[in-house]
Design a protein around this ligand. Sequence first.
Ligand code: ADP
Ligand code: MG
Length: 277
Amino acid sequence: MTTAVDTSGLTITDVVVRYGGHTAVNKISLTAPTGEITGLIGPNGAGKTTTFNACSGLLRPTSGSVHLFGQEVTHMSPQRRAQHGMGRTFQRMELFDSLSVRENVALGREGGMAGSKPWRHLRASRSDSADVANAVTAALELCDITRLATRRPADLSTGQRRLVELARCIAGGFRLMLLDEPSSGLDKRETTAFGQILRSLVEGATDRPGVGILIVEHDMSLVMSVCDYIHVLDFGEPIFQGTPTEVGASEIVRAAYLGSEAVDVAVPGAPHAKAGA
Ligand SMILES: Nc1ncnc2c1ncn2[C@@H]1O[C@H](COP(=O)(O)OP(=O)(O)O)[C@@H](O)[C@H]1O
Ligand SMILES: [Mg+2]
């Protein structure tokens, strides 16, 4: 038995997705290791959501492969990928307004525990219940929403709902998280706070290992401030990859975004600040 921790996270290799005769994504390769935030950006229609769905298992690539911590998952369902450590949030928020914030977050844990045996919900043991309670408490704290635990999602702001959704994913204990446009609907202050939570997630703490995050965004601002490394797509083609500073300075990237609305391609003043530093 080896004690080495597998930090390889997600690797996709030469992924091609065609819809009929239309190539939506053409030979994309990227890695999203643990301990880092990897960004995938590009103008509308670039193929971000398609790539994201190939990673999460919502669609199967026409060719190419997807590996998760060294294991091939190209043809696995999202549920099985979850059992292998992959969690995701959705662009469209899916919180249950009939449940409290705490109960919504608990679903992120219970779903993973039940896995392919949903009947486990019906006879959860006392240790399962304690596990859920601990994971939920920790996730609420990490997202700084403990004070909202008894509220209903419908009564919250968009920014607060985004944090509940993130907390639910965190409670699942995944080693690799896919985030689909997580900052949409957030104002500048909320986006900054959200970014700090993501940094602390990947950097980990004594009581929790750092996770890996792949973040898919249309808007560059969050990506530029939190990512360690960024891949840029345009018309389904990988056109550039590099650090935020390199991406910000790239004429290729600037040209791809020209004419595309509401995107700030300013060079960031500095690389991301480490959380807690
Ligand atoms: N289900 C689909 N059927 C046919 N074409 C699609 C489908 N989904 C996306 N596309 C096309 O694939 C390309 C990439 O789309 P998408 O991955 O949604 O881009 P992005 O998320 O970067 O905006 C676009 O040209 C889009 O029109
Ligand atoms: Mg999209």
